[in-house]
Design a protein around this ligand. Structure first.
Ligand code: F0G
Length: 460
């Protein structure tokens, strides 16, 4: 029994969703039928689902009440104005353009700003941001500092961008950079936060060169919480004021509301530039819908407006961040190595260290997702060779990325402290007998984003 005090949930449970239990035998059959790919599992057969924190939040009683109050008018719905006000109050930008999710916001923004030879720097682009840039033959450039790639550096702001690299990149790329992005928190780099000091510097570099600076703001409230706790002189600020300060340095943001707006679907672009907003709205009308609903129902806009208030409630955030850290502390106790420190929305296990007997071309991270499901019914996602590796067509060999991670993403307000204990115990059991886990090989893969559909087999 762990001596680490569990975080106390600042909510009580009014509606429950039963979790089905399965036996190990059933799970063995299911994971084989799924081609050893957890994306192919029926979610009903998962006990604890840590695949993603996106669109998986539990909504509050007030959000559900808002759903009943949704105004479903095609144009000018009351729900839109409530949503617009909620976004403006936090982000402070003039224009608020709803979309059905984050990648739709990215698509209409990039369609409106990118040319053929453009390049867009960020700390680290998330996959969909990168894909939305590259599909337009532009370049997505990652400029995070070295700490972002060091799993052992226990530093407060490993999401920071390297501003010297940014300046030299912009000097070399004059006229090619229509926009600079910053992902908060940095999902592809361990869910690590970006400091206000870094945001201020990046903003100054951009303003000097008159280049618009945008946030990928999916997890802005979690980032603001880290600033309050870790950055000198913000301890007495409210998280709302810190968020406003963050956005005051930027020209706009895209957001997947499926994260820090505590909803199951939704997103938006928000910005100051009226000409650009008009072009984006044109793209919105072609692909998403009229600007007062943008691919959503009025009720979804109500749920987002309310979620944006609740995510800034500091008792919510305190619990949220303590819950993720708690899982990290339990993993420390269980001897399970992970990317330090624990992130805002997830803990990223270092699968190659946990399973040192599996060589990288036999996908230790993937093998760990298989073992976690088969042994305990837990679903996690590999972020390693399966997702980012490539088979070299010339040599036929797998080229693997630096880090071999398995992300345990924690849905918001869904699981309790005892679920975290269960997860840590399951990983602890694997850590005690790692040699029981077998490596895997790919038997079927697609050309793009292969991890979603690839089929694997185990190697004896
Ligand atoms: N940006 C970041 C930083 C993200 O993490 C995501 C989604 C998106 C943009 C795209 O948003 O899914 O609403 O279209 N991340 C999810 C994840 C899928 O599991 O990390 P979306």
């Amino acid at each position: 029994m762990s001596m680490i005090p569990p975080p106390v949930e600042p909510f009580r449970i009014k509606m429950v969703e039963p979790l089905g239990r399965t036996t190990r035998r059933e799970r063995d059959k299911l994971i084989r039928a799924a081609g050893f790919n957890v994306f192919n599992l029926p979610a009903e057969k998962v006990f604890i689902d840590l695949l993603t924190d996106s669109g998986t939040s539990a909504m509050s009683d007030r959000q559900w009440a808002g759903i009943m109050m949704g105004d479903e008018s095609y144009a000018g719905a009351r729900s839109f104005f409530r949503f617009e006000k909620a976004v403006r109050d936090i982000f402070g930008f003039a224009h608020v353009i709803p979309t059905h999710q984050g990648r739709a916001a990215e698509r209409i923004l990039f369609e409106s700003v990118l040319g053929r030879n453009s390049a867009v720097p960020s700390n680290i682009h998330f996959d969909t941001t990168r894909a939305n840039i590259e599909v337009r033959n532009a370049k997505a450039v990652d400029l995070a500092g070295a700490a972002a790639y060091d799993p052992d550096a226990d530093l407060p702001f490993k999401g920071d961008m390297d501003t010297a690299k940014l300046e030299s990149f912009l000097d070399r790329s004059a006229g090619r950079v229509p926009i600079v992005m910053m992902t908060v928190t940095n999902n592809s780099g361990g869910g690590q936060p970006v400091s206000l000091a870094n945001i201020r510097k990046v903003s100054a570099v951009c303003r000097l060169r008159k280049i618009p600076f945008f946030f990928d703001a999916c997890r802005f409230a979690e980032n603001a919480w880290f600033i309050k706790r870790r950055e000198k002189s913000y301890g007495s600020w409210t998280v709302r004021d810190i968020a406003r300060k963050m956005f005051s340095y930027a020209d706009g943001a895209t957001m997947s509301a499926k994260k820090d707006a505590l909803v199951n679907i939704g997103g938006f672009v928000t910005l100051n530039d009226s000409d650009l907003a008009a072009r984006i709205k044109n793209m919105l009308i072609i692909g998403e819908g009229f600007p007062t609903y943008g691919g959503l129902a009025g009720r979804d806009l109500e749920a987002m407006a309310q979620g944006l208030q609740e995510v800034l409630d500091e008792s919510y955030l305190e619990h949220r961040m303590r819950q993720v850290a708690y899982l990290g502390n339990l993993l420390d106790e269980a001897g399970v190595p992970y990317f330090k420190p624990a992130g805002g929305h997830a803990v990223y296990v270092l699968a190659d260290r946990l399973l040192p007997h599996i060589p990288r071309d036999r996908f230790p991270g993937w093998a760990l997702t298989v073992a976690l499901y088969r042994e305990s019914g837990i679903r996690a996602v590999e972020i390693g060779g399966g997702m980012f590796g490539r088979k070299n067509p010339r040599t036929g060999r797998e080229e693997v990325p630096d880090l071999e991670l398995v992300r345990l993403a924690i849905p918001r307000r869904v699981y309790t402290a005892s679920h975290m204990v269960f997860v840590a115990q399951a990983l602890g059991a694997i850590a005690r007998k790692p040699e029981r886990v077998k490596g895997v090989r790919i038997v079927e893969e697609s050309r793009f984003l292969r991890h979603f559909t690839a089929r694997f087999e185990e190697i004896d």
